[in-house]
Design a protein. Structure first.
Length: 425
């Protein structure tokens, strides 16, 4: 497969709702979101995606649990298998509901339920068929739709002289519910900066890549492209309504059951790009989560097959693994979308923690500069530890307790790494 196709497929695999919906929710914290997207993408997410993709390529396309287990031990490997499977099923579930709602809004003659059935049908085809027979042919078209959407919104920012918030206006949290920047914003903006989910997608592209020189544009480049999409939507959402406060007021005016980020996307697209352009833009937004959802379930099937040692060439054996995954996804769809999304966001960032630590150990063994992954490993460890302590969907503890727990966990992980390095001397 040519490298440009691999880039587009990787871009769509990783660019789900995160860089669009996540950026819209994240910019409600204020201009500090811009800094996290820029620095997080360059020094965190792109490094994470590139190194995990290249390590998989050098291990013949090994899945993420196998890669992490090789560096951190059999116990972590078994945990990662279960954790990755749960995350992939969560991704499949959250990336059905959102697109179905958007499509139902565009084609009112078809209900949300029927759109869910249609999307599930596509998921089954994409999960069961060889990648070059379906994904390789359809994804480049979806990729162009998503890029058109991003470029169209970017051009509209300049044409409309949109008042994008300046970081000089202050970096303190402006969230209407009073959430702190750390750790809440760093989980809200996931796929646009750092995302553990990406490392589960890279092995599929690593198996299609013929030369390591394509790793930089395909893995590192796809993450930077996603970061740009996140920046565009963060700028659009915060300027379309006149200010961050205007965005917050509009979101507050929506019904409690509304998919608020989807409503913002729909309004901005149709207003700035017109009816036809708005339809193309929404299709781009729809394509992103659908493609991420189907590749997530494909990854789940491959992870389960590797663990159970089930050959995936015969179609019956593929069904043996895929059907239980589809059933689990359908059951999760019965739960409120907002609840699933919040747990997905935290699980997604937590997965990146294990990947960063595995990459740090690998780089140390290879006598390479391991600081480029050690620093983000410690940072994301602190983020995830503090978030689960203080978030409403976590333990809901006071912020200072979350900070203390985060510091203790980081110290423990650092001591374990130092102990590992001394044992290798």
């Amino acid at each position: 497969m040519p490298w440009w196709k691999i880039f587009l497929i990787q871009f769509l695999n990783i660019a789900g709702l995160g860089p669009i919906f996540g950026a819209i929710m994240g910019i409600m914290f204020g201009p500090s979101a811009f800094l996290w997207i820029v620095f997080g993408s360059i020094f965190g997410g792109a490094v994470h995606d590139y190194l995990s993709g290249m390590l998989s390529m050098r291990r013949n396309g090994a899945s993420l649990p196998e890669l992490v287990g090789e560096q951190l031990g059999m116990g972590v490997k078994q945990f990662m298998r279960v954790f990755s499977l749960l995350l992939m099923v969560l991704v499949g579930a959250v990336f059905v509901s959102g697109p179905a709602g958007l499509l139902a809004g565009m084609v009112k003659s078809i209900s949300v339920t029927w759109w869910i059935v249609i999307i599930f049908g596509y998921y089954m085809l994409a999960t069961l068929l060889p990648i070059d027979k379906l994904i390789g042919k359809i994804y480049p078209l979806f990729g162009f739709a998503l890029l058109f959407m991003a470029v169209g919104i970017l051009v509209s920012l300049f044409i409309n002289n949109a008042p994008i918030p300046e970081i000089t206006s202050g970096l303190a949290s402006q969230h209407p519910q009073g959430y702190s920047i750390f750790p809440m914003m760093f989980v809200s903006i996931a796929c646009g900066a750092v995302s553990g989910f990406h490392a589960t997608q890279s092995p599929m592209m690593a198996r299609c890549m013929t030369n390591e020189k394509y790793g930089r544009p395909c893995f590192y480049g796809a993450m930077i492209a996603e970061g740009i999409v996140a920046l565009i939507w963060a700028a659009a959402a915060s300027s379309f309504f006149g200010s961050v406060g205007g965005l917050q007021e509009y979101v507050a005016s929506l019904p409690a059951t509304a998919n608020k980020a989807a409503e913002v996307v729909n309004l901005i697209s149709n207003t700035w790009l017109g009816k036809f352009g708005g339809i193309l833009a929404v299709l781009g937004v729809v394509a992103a989560p659908i493609t991420s959802g189907d590749t997530a379930l494909r990854s789940a099937r491959l992870i389960a097959a590797d663990f159970l040692h089930i050959d995936q060439k015969p179609i019956l054996k593929r069904l043996m693994v895929a059907v239980p995954l589809f059933v689990g996804t359908f059951i999760l769809l019965q739960i409120n979308f907002d609840v699933i999304w919040r747990y997905f966001a935290w699980s997604n960032q937590t997965l990146s923690v294990f990947t960063f630590w595995a990459l740090t150990v690998y780089l140390y063994k290879e006598k390479r500069c391991y600081w480029i992954t050690l620093i983000p490993a410690l940072f994301m460890t602190a983020v995830c530890s503090a978030y689960i302590m203080v978030a409403p969907e976590g333990f809901g503890l006071p912020l200072y307790i979350g900070y203390i727990v985060a510091a203790v966990v980081c110290i423990v992980f650092t001591l374990l790494f130092i102990r590992f390095t001394k044992n290798k001397l």
